[in-house]
Design a protein around this ligand. Structure first.
Ligand code: PGA
Length: 258
């Protein structure tokens, strides 16, 4: 067993954890601004980051946190799906975050569920090139799926995988079923940044809340580092922190005193 542990911060519940991550993002934004460069944020969808987005919106409204030059890259999108579809991550991001802040829409990047099959490889390559042209991702926000995925990097996704299209895991499609009025309506495929793409971010904040994440968090943090649980690769990243609430941390082995 590889016992190398990622730094883990455990909070009473998801609100202080979300506020802590939002503060970290705001700090990076200010640091980048001081160097005259825009911050580049890697963003995630799902229930987990919603309170963090709310806190960033509050900071924008009450503390004038400025997003005017911020550049964003989202992790993933279902395929196929229309960006205007209610279940698309385009709509999620717009409704949950973008429409409430002063971001310039030309700085928003999300893989498209409308890319044609024959152009997907090229589009994915261009997505990666755009991240690099913008200086790389300063802070990458991640949730974790019960399959262990980060982005949509389902089991089998290797450490060097890049942005690409793949099949979704059964657990992932089950978890998405209620949003699509039944599992059969959940797209079978998605486009996702690869594990290798994510690992190039300068800093990574993985958030996980609730008891249903406890078992996968233990596997990601304590089992062997392998493509069986793509989040386990984060232990090889030098600036990753897991932000957990108490319930998500419950299955972790208590650390022995040094
Ligand atoms: P959730 O999804 O935040 O809705 O739990 C996380 C994920 O699948 O990455």
């Amino acid at each position: 067993m590889n016992r190398k542990r990622v730094p883990i911060k455990i909070f009473e519940n998801d609100l202080p954890a979300s506020i802590d991550v939002a503060k970290r993002i705001a700090k990076v934004m200010l640091e980048k601004k001081a160097t005259g460069k825009p911050a580049v944020l890697g963003l995630a969808t799902g229930n987990t980051p919603v309170k963090m987005y709310r806190e960033l919106i509050r900071m924008h409204q009450e503390e004038k946190l400025d997003f005017s030059d911020v550049i964003t890259f989202n992790l993933d999108e279902y395929w196929p799906i229309r960006p205007s579809s209610l279940q698309s991550y385009h709509i999620f991001m717009h409704e949950t975050f973008f429409k409430h802040i002063n971001i310039d829409t030309k700085n928003i990047h999300i893989p498209s569920g409308e890319w044609r099959e024959e152009e997907i490889d090229t589009r994915c390559r261009e997505y990666e090139e755009l991240i690099i042209e913008n200086g790389g991702i300063d802070v990458q926000i991640l949730g974790i799926g019960r399959s262990g995925h980060i982005g949509f990097n389902e089991p089998g996704s290797e450490r060097d995988s890049r942005t690409r299209m793949l099949y979704l895991d059964k657990k992932t499609r089950l978890d998405a079923a209620s949003g699509f009025s039944g599992e059969k309506n959940v797209p079978k495929m998605a486009i996702t940044m690869g594990v290798g793409t994510i690992m190039e971010a300068h800093e990574i904040c993985l958030m996980a809340f609730g008891e249903k994440k406890a078992s996968i968090i233990r596997r990601a943090a304590e089992d062997d580092i392998s493509s069986t649980v793509s989040a386990s690769f984060l232990r090889e990243h030098s600036n990753t922190t897991f932000y957990l609430d108490k319930s998500a941390s419950e299955e972790l082995t208590p650390l022995c005193p040094p």
